[in-house]
Design a protein around this ligand. Sequence first.
Ligand SMILES: Nc1ncnc2c1ncn2[C@@H]1O[C@H](COP(=O)(O)OP(=O)(O)OP(=O)(O)O)[C@@H](O)[C@H]1O
Ligand SMILES: [Mg+2]
Length: 190
Amino acid sequence: MRLLIMGPQGVGKGTQAALLAEHYGIPAISTGDIFRYNIKNKTPLGLEAMSYTDKGELVPDSLTNTIVKDRLAMDDAKDGWILDGYPRNASQVEALDQMLAELGTPLDAVVALDADHDVLMERMAKRAAEQGRADDTPEAIATRLATYARETAPLLDIYRDRGQLVAIDGVGEIDAIQANIVKALDAKVA
Ligand SMILES: Nc1ncnc2c1ncn2[C@@H]1O[C@H](COP(=O)(O)OP(=O)(O)OP(=O)(O)O)[C@@H](O)[C@H]1O
Ligand SMILES: [Mg+2]
């Protein structure tokens, strides 16, 4: 199973991606987590990424595309994966298309989660209090949401036109949302 999980900040992509990874026995690959790991360990990649992530800006495509390409080439990604946080703009869609063409492994589906703005803001405030992520400041959150609306949300139309979009309500119990995703995916990909 090769999946993307898309949706605005705070909608629950990481939570649902981890459950889907477990359900299908595939790795969940989060570009945000890869950047945070590198920032924490002060790698050259982390030091470069940090100047963007802290402000809530996108890390340059050249860097982001490279980490995804390297990650998809790893052994545990041979039989499937779920990508969280990528692609985020039209040029990343193009880069991913090319990677998958080279690997000869097409995408199976794109899970799109959504929730009202108020719900998203509430969840991010909670996460900021619990996890203290450096980019959960009001300014960085506002930047990320604006970039999402401008650059990422329009990508859903691309995948809808390709017949790959599975739209799921991101409001409700975590387990119920997971069950809805799996039901929709199994109906689609079977
Ligand atoms: N595909 C990407 N392209 C460019 N930058 C990215 C990409 N993915 C992650 N980043 C960088 O990492 C930061 C954190 O990403 P991450 O996806 O964890 O946070 P997010 O946008 O708040 O979403 P979520 O609320 O689901 O965690 C982004 O603000 C951005 O700087
Ligand atoms: Mg996340």
